[in-house]
Structure formats: C-alpha cells, structure tokens
Design a protein around this ligand. Sequence first.
Ligand SMILES: Nc1ncnc2c1ncn2[C@@H]1O[C@H](COP(=O)(O)OP(=O)(O)OP(=O)(O)O)[C@@H](O)[C@H]1O
Length: 366
Amino acid sequence: MSLPTRDKIIETRAVTKRFGGRKSLFKPATSVSAVNGVSLTIKRGETFSIVGESGCGKSTLARLLVRLLTPSDGAVLYDGNDISALSEQEMRRLRKDLQFVFQDPFSSLNPRMTVGALIEEPMKVHTALTRTERRQKVAELLNKVGLRPAFANRYPHEFSGGQRQRIGIARALASGPKVIVGDEPVSALDVSVQAQVINLLEDLKSEFDLTLILIAHDLAVIRHMSDRVAVMYLGEIVELAPNDALFDKPLHPYTQALMRAIPIASPHGRSMKAALLGDVPSPLDPPSGCRFHPRCPHATDLCSREKPTPANVAGDRTVACHHWEKIADDAQPPVQEPPRSPNAEKRFALFRTRSQQKEPTTAARP
Ligand SMILES: Nc1ncnc2c1ncn2[C@@H]1O[C@H](COP(=O)(O)OP(=O)(O)OP(=O)(O)O)[C@@H](O)[C@H]1O
C-alpha cells in the first residue's frame, strides 16, 4: 500500500525477530523466528489489531513496532524515520510518543509507588512540567480515566483490576503519546469490566488523537474496535484487511478457521485455538513453503514447496495464499459473524450502551 508519509505513523520493512540461538555443550544452537519478514503500514489515527493463536508472534510484533524490542533484520520506521537501529539514549526522546498498556494490571504497576507517583513518573522523564503542574496533570488524567483525583495518594493494591488498568492507561497517557499499544488490555479483567475499559480506550483515542495498536484474542473485541486487522500465523501475516471486509469474507483459510476459533481458558484468561486439526507447528522448525500448509484443507504440492507472496486483493487488503482466489470462489458460505461465547455476548451488549457508566469507585476496600 502506497500512502503519503504524513498518513503513515509506523511502517515495517521485512522485519524479523529471532530469539535464542546460543549453543551449549549439551544442545545445538537453536533460534526461534518469532516474527519473520513482516512488512506493514499503520495509518495515523487508526485502530490496528493483530490476531492469531497463542505463540504466533503477536506480542513480539507489537513490541517491535514501538521498539520495545530491536529487530534482528529489517526496519521499523516511525514518522518516516528508521528507529530500529537507534540507541537507547536516542530512543528516550521518542519513548514518550510510543506507549504500551500491558495485559496484567496486577503486575504491571510498581506496588511500592502511589498511584500519583506512578502517573507522574513518565512526566518527570519526558516533560519539563514543574512539580505543581505534574500534580495537576495527575489529577486531570485520573479524572479522564474515570477515577477520583484523591486516589493519587493510594497504592495499586487498593484497587480492583479494572481500576488498575485505568491507572495503567493514565500512566501511558502521561507522556502525551501518539501511539498506544494495548497487549490484551482487557483479557485479565472481569467480563463486566471489559466493556468499560474498551469504551474508555476508544474515547481517549479520539480525545487525544491516538493511534491504537491492539492485540486481543477475543474476536468480538477486535471486530468492535478495529479499523484494520492483521492475521498472524507462525510469525507471518497471512491476511491484512479492513475490519468489515475481513469479518464479512475472510479469504485466507487460516482466517476462516480463526473465525470459528474456540476460546481456551488459561491461567491468563487469554488464548484461542483455530478450528483446525493439530496445533501450530514449532517455530523452531517451521514448515517449508507456506507455513500453514500442514494444517490447510486446501493445500497442494505447490504450498509445501513455495512460500506465497502477499497478493494485493482489493485496495487495502492483502492475502498470502497460493489459492485464495479459488478459495474465495468456493461455494462455502462466508463466515459472517465470529462465534461468541455467552460471556462475550453479554459483554458485547455492554459496549457503548454503558460507555458513560463508570466502574464503582469503591476500590477493593469496603
Ligand atoms: N524472549 C523470548 N525468548 C525466546 N523465545 C521467545 C521470547 N519471546 C517470545 N518467544 C517465542 O516467540 C514465539 C512468539 O511469541 P509471542 O509471545 O510473540 O506470541 P503471541 O502470539 O503473543 O503469544 P501469546 O498470545 O501466547 O502471548 C513463541 O514461540 C515464543 O515462545
């Protein structure tokens, strides 16, 4: 996709991240390509989501996009400048623009710091605000995320999960970012609280002109929030499309299977398994050709031999499959709606209709 530079906020060029690789006396050198040659563009002001089964590289890609990880190969451009090779010191200037909201609001906040100090910290690093101005801003931000300014004097353990996630969001906003990455920002929260945090993120996105990069395993959340969606499989993007197009007519066989995905309960409350035989192969030894071919119902010899190059389907849509045209024309009914668990149904009904409601401010204490 060729966009004027001003419309692109982040761009990756064949970005790859390998982990491991150290040889020891007892084992040969092994390395995992968690992200393998991904090229994409994120548009200023959009909500860009990344989906895929556990271990497919979503978090690694998201971390590469905001330079929490350094690529092994390829480049990441922010505002047209290559940030992949910048030193930590050079990155410090840009860090205020690129913020991250973590999945687990219970472990991502330092329990020894007050909420006020937690939110003030990025301002100390990234702004020239005076102490009084910083305190004032903390109060404003708490207000923006639906918490009482008086909470600044309390500690994280005094708050519920949803409230802690609001504190994490206020902290991410404190440096005045342009991009916020939410890595499963609601999956550790109670179902009844998820919609409130999602609606909050959406409201803040438009108020602060943010670009949002979202990782979520819940397709209902993805469908509700995203402008465009990238579908990942074993470190590669197999389909990238505008939200409606993807959900109305998934073209890649993996996307189709994902739409029939089964949510899996895990200690982290996140995960899903595509409606396919077998598990995702080990990234230590990925299949030849198309990485999806061993699980693909449409695979041919060609698929095991040759890696498909992403084809530009229509406008803003790419799909990396040798047979996508045939598959698209197949008589199979398109998957119109992602299946939703009863909980997801309940939560979906809460989106927007409750956006003005705030979580009870009673924290964890009576
Ligand atoms: N620091 C690391 N060291 C070694 N391997 C890693 C590291 N981080 C990720 N990996 C491996 O890279 C692959 C992709 O991991 P990643 O966490 O990006 O996937 P994911 O799609 O976000 O998974 P999940 O949804 O379970 O979080 C996995 O095989 C994982 O084991």
